[in-house]
Write a protein that binds this ligand. Sequence first.
Ligand SMILES: Cc1ncc(COP(=O)(O)O)c(C=O)c1O
Length: 422
Amino acid sequence: MINRRKAIRNAILGLGVATVPRSLFQKLTVDDKFKIALNIANENPDKYWQLIQSQFNFANGIRYFNNASLGSSPLSVIEAREEYSRTLESFPSKYMWGGWKDQINEVRIEAAKFINAESDEIAIIHNTTEGMNVIASSLNLKPGDEVIVGDHEHRTGVSPWLFHQEKKGIKIIRPILPLTPDDPQEIVETYKKVISPRTKAISMVHITNTNGMILPVKEICAIASEKNILTLIDGAQSLGAYPCDVKKIGCDYFTASGHKWLFSPKGVALFYARKESQKWLKPFIANYNYDKDGISKIDDYNTRNLPDVLGMGAAIQFHKMIGLKSIMARTLDLKKRFLSRLKDHPQFKIKTPLGQDQSHHILTIEKIGTDVNDLKESLFNKNGIDVRGMSSHNLNGIRISFAMYQKEEDIDLLIDTLLNAE
Ligand SMILES: Cc1ncc(COP(=O)(O)O)c(C=O)c1O
């Protein structure tokens, strides 16, 4: 086996990435592929990123700048998931009821490490929306209790609280965040102003889906913690794209889907509850473990799609092979290339704060004098460019997601198409 791997590895290194036949490439394990890629990267970063790009299977002619809506799984993740699916179908009762216990535990351990948590602080759920619902329904809130939910929260981070506002008579406080603050402290002050003795929880997005603004969650959690206010972070736009160290952030709860920036199968997500804050958790679905202490009751669904859960393990593996640092550097390079031509262009207005630690991989930009929906349509019709149109918060801009699978030429095409769009 080792000799076979060595032979393939040498063949690939000798051939160069661009000419690796797909049939040969696909025979390698995930580990083989990316260890080789790392080797190549030391010699030639261009080839390294070409290899990464070759792992994503976008339809011909599609230039995908919409990862913040939904990521695409690389081939290794698709393959791993399919393999798990075949195994499950070969002996369903065995694999669903314990046959994969160790493997699932391994995913939990890896997922925990990914956000600097302990494995008994992690549940594997379906999506961020579910995580937000778990907390909104768990907390024992009384009429008149207040929950702070900023105006840039994703709709599905607001809905659970609105639902409980009706049911429990709680009050939702919606501070209006500055759109492009000069200093993140402006956001901290905005939150500080609305905290009252009745505040019981702050539900807060890490990176906004509207304009990619990074919220100073660590500072806000520190203030909340001093006042015994619980904090819940929506990490849908940060997990996999930006550091998510829950201990550093100091939140009580953190939830994030894997299917955006972790490129996992669809419908898998992380839910973190720090040990001291698990006593308030109530299961969303009451099953065998509903009355147990700890976090196990949160992902105790009985029958569920285990190939997706295990596929998230493959996604974490893929991600780790490249490394967050390297992914972040790549996305920043792509963004810089984009900004170098449009940042000071009189026809464009950047609707995202650009200071360090104020944004990273998501950018919203308005083309002055155009309607965002027309602009979005025109980009797609002319060159298959997919972006998200953002009309809320007076943005009238397209939201561009920068992701490691994009090529420099894709960025140039995006810029030229934007310049020519009417
Ligand atoms: C910030 C944020 N939170 C939550 C969600 C909802 O994610 P999911 O559909 O995975 O629950 C999204 C989706 O775009 C998002 O951007």
